[in-house]
Design a protein around this ligand. Structure first.
Ligand SMILES: NC(=O)c1ccc[n+]([C@@H]2O[C@H](COP(=O)([O-])OP(=O)(O)OC[C@H]3O[C@@H](n4cnc5c(N)ncnc54)[C@H](O)[C@@H]3O)[C@@H](O)[C@H]2O)c1
Length: 355
């Protein structure tokens, strides 16, 4: 089993291996101190029939009193109405600050459970059990929690770290190809900005059956994210590099009314930004071609059908924007990332140069 410690405002372990769910009660007992009495399990209606019983049985066997809250799966559910239901559920079941919330699912479940845990009674503890590759390589680690508002993605939220992250690679066997590729997109993002060797692993298509390769990929991505978060937990500087591909990606998600999945949108966003900066002569000549090839090998989209104006307008609701500027992340060469603050008119020209 791989164990990586994240040292942020709170230090917590990330455990990575196969077949961890059936023993999650014991892992929680080891990591969460003092022990909670009650545990609320949050998961969506697609994950529940697959894994909720296994998790709940293990929690019960470890002596916890368990409660289960289920919501409809999908990004459309990641709104403040679902958060209200989650915290009402905790209140109605008389949860106290000594108790625990567990997120069992993908990034949507993790982000919303974390946010609910952050605001309920000003903070109860929570554990992340990610079941998508995207959540394992990215969203379950680092403490960004939240939900979408009508104006844009993740506009309400809190930085709030979990007590433990349990990545059970066996869960990936039930994940469909599209969602698997979405996780690969975030892992490719991490490789492009920080780890040229990791990038090489994606030159051959990675599948959910490649357990050892996945353990390596998830481990490297978590180590890199832990390193960045340890230096800049609240994203005042360095952490922004993790948003490579995300400003355009979030715009594409919004323009598609969230029909384009987050990982697919990030793949297109990385392609758009790298093309634009290549045209400006700021990117090593091989990178754009290598990136497109690796994304396509892993069944990820690299193109969109929106106009320059649509993309620019939608990108303006990005959190990284201030009144008259926006910080854009690009990679000048494999394994490196740069942050570039641009005036809004410069950003508009940058988008235009990607066409
Ligand atoms: N907090 C962060 O740092 C961070 C980072 C990246 C992305 N995110 C957020 O994460 C979200 C995307 O995460 P996601 O792609 O995991 O989305 P998701 O949670 O919607 O999961 C995708 C789909 O897979 C299903 N699913 C989950 N696990 C499964 C399994 N093992 N087998 C079969 N089906 C399974 C879910 O029910 C859902 O339908 C976005 O909202 C994004 O904003 C957050």
């Amino acid at each position: 089993m791989k164990k990586i410690l994240v040292k942020a405002s709170k230090t917590y372990p990330v455990l990575i291996d196969t077949n961890l769910l059936g023993n999650c009660g014991n892992f929680i007992k080891e990591a969460v101190s003092p022990l909670p009495a009650k545990v609320a399990l949050f998961c969506d209606d697609k994950v529940e029939p697959l894994y909720a019983d296994t998790v709940e049985n293990s929690l019960k066997a470890s002596g916890f009193e368990t409660y289960r809250f289920i919501f409809k799966n999908g990004e459309e559910q990641k709104h403040i109405g679902t958060i209200t239901q989650m915290i009402e559920f905790l209140a109605q079941n008389d949860f106290t600050r000594k108790d625990l919330a567990v997120a069992l699912g993908g990034g949507v479940t993790g982000d919303m459970t974390g946010f609910s845990a952050a605001i309920f009674k000003r903070g109860i503890r929570f554990v992340q059990i990610p079941t998508t590759l995207l959540a394992m390589v990215d969203s379950s680690v680092g403490g960004k929690t939240g939900c979408n508002l009508s104006v844009g993605k993740n506009l309400a939220g809190a930085f709030y770290q979990p007590e433990l992250v349990l990545c059970d690679i066996s869960c990936l066997e039930t994940l469909d190809d599209k969602n698997f590729s979405c996780g690969i997109a975030e892992a490719i993002k991490t490789a492009v900005i920080q780890d040229a060797e990791l990038f090489d692993l994606f030159k051959k298509k990675v599948t959910s059956k490649d357990t050892e390769t996945l353990k390596e990929i998830i481990g490297r991505c978590v180590e890199i994210k832990a390193g960045v978060v340890a230096q800049d937990e609240k994203e005042s500087g360095l952490r922004q590099i993790l948003n490579f591909g995300h400003t355009i990606g979030h715009a594409i998600e919004k323009l598609s009314s969230y029909k384009t999945a987050h990982g697919e949108a990030v793949a297109i966003g990385m392609a758009v930004i790298t093309k634009a900066f290549t045209k400006l002569g700021k990117v090593n000549s091989a990178l754009y071609g290598d990136l497109i090839s690796v994304l396509e090998t892993n069944s990820l989209p690299v193109k969109h059908n929106y106009t320059k104006q649509e993309l620019f307008s939608a990108a303006l609701s990005d959190k990284k924007r201030s009144a008259d500027s926006i910080t854009v992340v690009y990679s000048p060469e494999l394994g490196k990332a740069e942050l570039l603050p641009l005036k809004l008119n410069e950003f508009e020209s940058l988008i235009a140069s990607s066409f």
